[in-house]
Structures are given as C-alpha cells and as structure tokens.
Ligand binder design. Structure first.
Ligand SMILES: [Zn+2]
Ligand SMILES: [Zn+2]
Length: 331
C-alpha cells in the first residue's frame, strides 16, 4: 500500500510503498477514505512530542470502511467507521477502572504508538472505533474525530458556563462553537493577531465577539478554552475570566507558561488541562453531532500533499479544518 511515512522529526513525510497491515485478533482492517489533520501531527513532525518509534504513519482522525474483521466483531464488512486518537488501553490500571481510560498508564495512541491514517489502509482495535452519523460526508466527519471529540471533553469541563472564550480559532473551536450555540451559550473567539479569516468564520458561525488574543473581551468570561499551543495565553485567559471561572488548556503540547501574579488565579479561578479522550466522550459527542448537525469548514488536500497541509497548519493558513483525501472511489 502507499503511505506517507515520517522517518524522523523535522523531516517531510515520504510517500512510500509499505506492506499492508494484517489485522490481529480484535482488530479490523480499514480502507482509509479521509483523515483529518490535527495540531498533534504537527507537534510530532516538529519534534515537540517524541513518539516511541520511527518510521511512523501519522493521522488519528481516520474515516474508512471495514474490509476485514473477526467473526465476532461488532462492525460489518463495508461499514463506515471512525478511528480516534485513543487506540488501546489496558483495562485494569487504576485510571481504566475509574472511568478515566484517557489517563491509562499504558495507553496507545493512533498515529503515535500505532500507525495511523495517512495511508491507504490501517488496522485498529475495533473496541476503540466509532460508528459515524450517516448525515456527514467523509470529509465533513473526519475533523470531528479529534478536534470535535477531544475538544468536547474540554468543552464539558466548562460546566454550565454561559460566556465562553476560545483562544485559537481552528478546527476544534469552530466545531465547539456550533455546540455552544446549540446550547444557547455565548462564544468570544480570540484568534492570532489580524487573522480576519478566522474571525469572520467565528462571527459567521455565531460568535458574539471575535478579536485578537491580545485584546480584552468586552465582558468578563465564565470559562476559557485554550486551543493554541501558546503558554503566554494562560495569563491573558486568566485575566479574561471572572471569579470562580476556569481556564482549560485543550492541547497536548504548549510552550512554557510565563509566571504570573497570584491574584490572576485567586478568587477560586481554576487552571487545568485536558488529556486524550475516553470512549464515553466519543459516544456522547457523536450523539450530539448527529442531532445538531455540525457543519465543519474543511479544506481538502490530496494524499500526496500532506506536507503542504502540515505547512499550511504551521503557518496559520487553514481556516477551520484540513482533511486529507485518501481513497476517493466508493468502497
Ligand atoms: Zn488530535
Ligand atoms: Zn489502563
């Protein structure tokens, strides 16, 4: 099969002919249709995260069809499924046993420990794959698999907060804004300085305010989600929230957080991070996604142009989500 392979950090992915993987017990073989790009992929290419081995096939927002499975498997041959970041957990550590499998001591992640979806085929443990709402196209649904559902885990940590700030208005934020609007909450969108395209998208999707991240919002917020991997945003976000509010860092990597005066977090303000997802997060998220429905704003790239997509993401040129098209023919 053809795969875009990362052989070392700080190098472009290489288009290579590699062996098609064979499914082991409990795994399915998937013909990949689309795979959305995530900032985590960029962190791996840029050496900010260190996966356990190279060569590695990135991509953890995989949409494809099942072409081989166990007799007992829950999916059908030909069924469209989604593969997320959480690829495998142990099922018996203290985290797995307390509904926190996202924190499993030996969790394996798709496109990190396990080969991912920037390839024509991949295998996955079927217990961690999701059935996808039929109303979404292959391109539209792919960004929901990480930007949507890990974002949703972060979003739920805002509780009943009415006024929400999103710092970094990319794939996750533009999906969650639509859920926030559905739930009649107000979103204040903070973008890179002068990123008019992202601000326009935020307003078009219903943000009550959009501006640059160095601007103060017109009102104090109840909670802020930080999607951009920029530590300097943490003190800014703490300044933007009211007493009792939360700042939730939703990314897997962030540059160092500068020191800040205690008064910024005093008043029972909360600062926390979000790590990975549980299967429960995914199931709940897709229930809501089937109901709303969410319109993902997608830029597609052909399979051979994953590197171009990564560069565009690094340079802030993507508005919404980037999706790689692998097989475009019907399954
Ligand atoms: Zn991701
Ligand atoms: Zn575990």
């Amino acid at each position: 099969m053809r795969a875009m392979v990362l052989n070392a950090p700080h190098t472009p992915l290489q288009l290579e002919e590699v062996a098609t993987p064979k499914p082991n017990e409990g795994q399915i073989l998937i013909k990949v249709k689309t795979c959305a790009l995530c900032r985590t992929d960029l962190h791996i290419v840029d050496g900010e995260l260190s996966p356990p081995h190279f060569p590695l096939i990135l991509g953890h927002q995989i949409v494809g069809t099942v072409i081989e499975k166990d007799k007992k498997g829950k999916f059908k041959i030909g069924q469209r499924i989604g593969v997320p970041w959480l690829g495998k957990t142990c099922g018996h550590c203290s985290f797995c046993l307390s509904h926190r499998e996202n924190l499993c001591e030996v969790a394996q992640f798709t496109g990190y420990h396990l080969n991912g979806g920037f390839a024509e085929y991949c295998v996955a443990d079927e217990r961690f794959c999701f059935d996808l709402p039929e109303t979404y196209s292959d391109e539209q649904v792919a960004p929901l698999l990480c930007g949507g559902l890990i974002g949703f885990r972060a979003f739920r940590m805002t509780g009943n907060a009415k006024k929400l700030g999103f710092y970094g208005f990319g794939s996750s934020a533009h999906i969650l804004l639509q859920i926030a609007k559905f739930q009649k909450r107000e979103v204040y969108a903070f973008t890179r300085m002068g990123d008019k395209a992202a601000q326009d998208l935020a307003k078009m999707l219903g943000a009550v305010w959009a501006g640059s991240s160095d601007e103060a919002p017109p009102t104090l917020l109840d909670a802020v989600l930080i999607f951009a991997p920029v530590g300097e945003l943490v003190p800014l976000a703490l300044k933007a929230i009211n007493k009792g509010g939360s700042v939730i860092c939703a990314g897997i990597h962030m540059s160092d957080i500068p020191s800040f005066p205690y008064r910024l977090i005093y008043g029972e303000r909360i600062l926390r991070s979000v790590a990975n997802l549980t299967r429960e997060d995914g199931e709940e998220f897709f229930k809501i996604a089937a109901k709303i429905p969410i319109h993902t704003h997608v830029t597609t790239y052909p399979f051979e142009e994953v590197n171009k997509a990564l560069t565009d993401l690094r340079e802030g040129k993507i508005t919404g989500s980037a999706v790689i098209k692998i097989f475009t023919t019907p399954s």
